[in-house]
Design a protein around this ligand. Structure first.
Ligand code: FES
Length: 340
């Protein structure tokens, strides 16, 4: 860390916060409990720096220490540690030039040359007291490198020419526009967006799901089944009516009087709420239904549920037989969650 000493001469003998700053001091101190008021040292130093033309004189640090009832040395330690606090006079517009790798790779060295040429060496204040500069570490705007911070604003995507123009305007009291100095909005690509340009991506029209590719395909209806010689096969995976697996059981919906005949199929390891609902829609509502499945029926259900050998692998039929016989303990011992 660089050794930082404060300028004991330039700061005079006294410092006073501006009257309008008192309200801000109350605000910041109010964030901390009465016995933790010293925690407000950084915001108060920041306010003191703003009231002292952008730098912290020794009397300003003493005033902060007195306000917070802190030993002077504790405040000096904080002020000399953080480079956001400047310990010697700066110009009305103080340039912090990022010299860290991303900015360096994008031309920070040539910006440094501009500052040296137009202002002077680092921390020198121009005779008109308007400009000064220093090199700092990454300011967190690397995507728009190279960049500088001037007082509270970032100026990004700089070239020697654009920085020189900004310094010239500041020197002559003209307005400057912070942010990227090229044709881009914030961190968006230069010249405008190049991807995701389809407006329909953002107008909500694509959020409606018409078909899910991993749902099981319904069996092709035959003309005989529909009774219509011109019956058309399904065009996508959506089914108006679920395929019926249990010949003897009609699909049962919520609120149906037969709801009491529903077994908790989720007890079968491998069946979750979604598959239980799909099974119910197929008319499979009891352990006994599954217990009675033949291999042919298993294969049929596999297809309807979009599985690949899962029912056999998870032994749904064997599980259902135990559950249908009321052998819950035996089932849980052999097939409880985590056993498959
Ligand atoms: S490296 Fe310059 S802003 Fe991060």
């Amino acid at each position: 860390m660089a050794l930082r000493r404060f300028d004991l001469e330039a700061g005079g003998d006294s410092f006073a916060f501006k009257s309008e700053t008192e309200e801000k001091i109350v605000f910041w101190r109010g964030k901390y409990p009465a016995d933790k008021q010293r925690s407000a040292v950084i915001p108060l130093l920041w306010l003191a720096q703003k009231d002292n033309n952008g730098w912290l004189s020794e009397p300003a640090m003493r005033e902060v220490a007195n306000r917070l009832e802190m030993p002077y040395i504790r405040v000096y330690e904080v002020a000399t540690f953080y480079t956001m606090f400047r310990l010697q006079p700066v110009g009305k517009f103080h340039v912090q030039l990022c010299g860290t790798t991303p900015c360096q790779l994008r031309g920070a060295e040539s910006l440094k040359d501009v500052c040296t040429k137009e202002i002077g060496k680092a921390m020198y204040v121009t005779d008109d007291k308007r400009l000064s500069w220093e090199e700092v570490e990454c300011l967190g705007a690397c995507v728009n490198a190279p960049m500088v911070q001037i007082n509270d604003d970032f100026f990004e995507d700089l070239t020697p020419e654009s920085l020189s123009a900004i310094l010239g305007r500041l020197r002559h009291g003209a307005d400057v526009t912070p942010g990227p100095q090229i044709d881009r909005v914030n961190s968006a690509p230069e010249g405008g967006t190049t991807v995701l340009t389809d407006a329909s991506l953002f107008d909500g029209s694509r959020t409606k799901v018409s078909a899910l590719p991993n749902l099981p395909k319904p069996p092709e209806p035959t003309p005989e089944a529909t009774g219509r010689p011109d019956a058309q096969g399904p065009t996508n995976v959506h089914r108006e009516e679920p395929a019926k697996v249990n010949d003897k059981v009609e699909p049962v919906k919520a609120g149906d009087a037969r709801a009491s005949t529903f077994d908790d199929l989720k007890r079968i390891n491998g069946v979750g709420p979604k598959y239980e609902q799909m099974l119910n829609d197929m008319g499979v509502t009891q352990y006994a239904h599954i217990a009675a499945w033949s291999q042919e029926k298993v294969d049929e259900v596999e297809k309807l549920l979009g599985f690949n050998d899962r029912i056999d692998r998870e032994k749904w039929v064997a599980q259902a037989r135990l559950l249908a016989d009321g052998k819950f303990d035996e089932h849980d011992r052999d097939y409880g969650r985590g056993k498959n």
